[in-house]
Ligand binder design. Structure first.
Ligand SMILES: [Zn+2]
Length: 497
């Protein structure tokens, strides 16, 4: 599909809007900004300083939604921690513990990017979307395409990765999760995402911006606000912390005591003491999947300065209805107003359980402060939030940018790196050309097996096979891409519409 044809389809009213979830360019960029935020001198900073591996983590951040593009359940599965857990086990067993080869490092980078996408969807959907509902009276239909369009129109986008995926390895990881998928299907899905969303953004963004900015006056100005939980900007430090947790898990060094890797309000003051607004919610981000059933009033508590419990509603991720489903966050929703300028404690009690069965054995706690009744009073001001977009690190080196002569990477296709140098910029011609969908063929042999369940539970998000034969735009626009919303709506009784 050529850009002009894509634009023609969109201008003709093809129903592309609202079908991509948390915008894919948003996923790519939050993941990239988080990668650049790793501490200088750290192993992760060194990993992402390599343009090849930077490209790998960026394109991997687009990968989970590629399943929707071809209406195959591998995409939904790739969003959740049960897949990530299997992915970690595969990469650790196959390439660990030192990950010395380029091939091993590509596997690590792809795992991290894929997992970051799932975390970001959980944060965006469970926190930011509910704020949009409260402030703008809108939801996913507007916010998903809207935020990606705002990022483009507001001039924040600078990562445009080339297509690459460790297809053979992924086939094995999906098989471990009971999902049969071919390398061709995954390649086709990712190329569609690349062509339509990443390389087609200049055509889609102005249309979506004009359509959704008037409907989202609060969201269109706060998606870049680092102080708003779940916003695009706020996802960056959470994603960076999750990347470090994944790195630790790949090295077998992630004790359950380190489970909480980020949280809101963190070091800042809570945004409101009033129980009737999302602004009073407190949330913690986990570095590994926790069973939703283990997050309850007994294991997650809010305590006042005297240690007395404050009544809260405890909830995990927004999607999935089974106690065995996984969650990478927990939200405490006070059901009574809190006191201003007061220090509260959030406490996790033994019994919080990871999806691998590991259980928190000692209490974990953190504190936060509520806002002052008079925010202007002495000592009540918060520090200035970090800048958005984050400036690139001074030693970032070559940016991965479509068409940049020095940064262009070869389109390595769906194969695993066959040699340490396979896919490296100096190992093949790098023309930076757009992916040509016409060259992608349909394997046609993979049956779509039922998915084990959203988050690994049993509430079922099974789907039947993807489109057969050659790729068709009608199939993409009319069937495949609506899958995410349809599947996720199941087992989500709290869904607003
Ligand atoms: Zn997604």
């Amino acid at each position: 599909m050529r850009r002009a044809a894509l634009a023609g389809l969109l201008l003709a009213g093809a129903p592309l809007a609202g079908v991509w979830g948390h915008g894919i360019n948003g996923h790519v960029h939050v993941t990239g900004w988080a990668a650049e935020a790793q501490p200088a001198g750290s192993a992760l900073a060194a990993l992402f300083a390599d343009p090849l591996l930077k490209n790998t983590v960026l394109i991997a951040a687009a990968f989970p939604d590629s399943g929707y593009a071809v209406d195959h359940p591998y995409g939904e599965a790739a969003h959740w921690e049960p897949f990530t857990e299997a992915h970690v086990a595969f990469v650790r067993d196959t390439y660990g513990p030192d990950y010395a080869s380029v091939e091993a490092q590509q596997q690590v980078a792809f795992l991290i990017g894929t997992a970051c996408h799932g975390l970001q969807d959980e944060l965006f959907d469970s926190l930011f979307l509910l704020q949009i509902r409260e402030k703008d009276g809108r939801g996913q239909e507007e916010a998903d395409p809207g935020t990606d369009a705002f990022l483009q129109v507001d001039g924040h986008l600078r990562f445009f990765p080339e297509v690459w995926l460790p297809a053979e390895a992924l086939v094995q990881v999906f098989a471990a999760r009971g999902i049969e998928v071919s390398t061709n299907t995954m390649e086709r899905g990712l190329r569609l995402v690349s062509s339509v969303v990443i390389n087609g953004r200049e055509h889609t963004a102005p249309i979506h911006d004009a359509q959704y900015r008037p409907l989202l006056p609060w969201a269109s100005t706060h998606y870049v606000d680092p102080t708003v939980p779940g916003s695009i900007a706020a996802e960056i430090p959470a994603t960076a912390a999750y990347q470090r947790a994944l790195w630790a898990r790949l090295h077998g060094e992630f004790p359950v005591a380190d489970l909480v890797v980020h949280g809101w309000p963190g070091a800042r003051r809570l945004r409101s003491v009033r129980a009737d607004t999302v602004d009073s919610w407190i949330s913690l981000v986990f570095g590994a999947g926790v069973t939703k059933g283990s997050l309850n009033d007994a294991t997650v508590r809010l305590l006042d300065p005297q240690g007395a419990p404050v009544p809260v509603t405890v909830q995990g991720t927004r999607w999935g209805g089974s106690p065995t489903d996984s969650s990478r966050l927990v939200i405490l929703r006070p059901t009574v107003d809190l006191l201003p300028d007061t220090t509260y404690t959030v406490r996790l009690e033994p019994g919080v359980t990871l999806i691998d069965g590991t259980t928190l054995e000692v209490p974990w706690e953190t504190t936060f402060q509520t806002p002052c009744a008079d925010p202007e009073a002495a000592g009540c001001a918060d520090e200035a939030p970090p800048a958005f977009p984050p400036p690139p690190p001074p030693d970032a080196g070559v940016e991965v940018d479509q068409g940049a002569p020095d940064g262009a990477l070869p389109d390595a296709g769906p194969t695993d790196a066959g040699s340490p140098d396979a896919g490296r910029p100096d190992a093949a011609a790098a023309d930076g050309s757009l992916a040509d969908l016409g060259g992608v063929t349909d394997g046609g042999a993979d049956a779509a097996a039922p998915v084990a369940g959203v988050g690994g539970g049993a509430d079922g998000c099974a789907s039947t096979g993807g489109p057969s034969g050659g790729f068709g735009w009608a199939a993409l626009l009319l069937a495949g891409l609506s899958g995410r919303r349809r599947r996720r709506a199941r087992g989500a009784p709290g869904r607003p519409r």
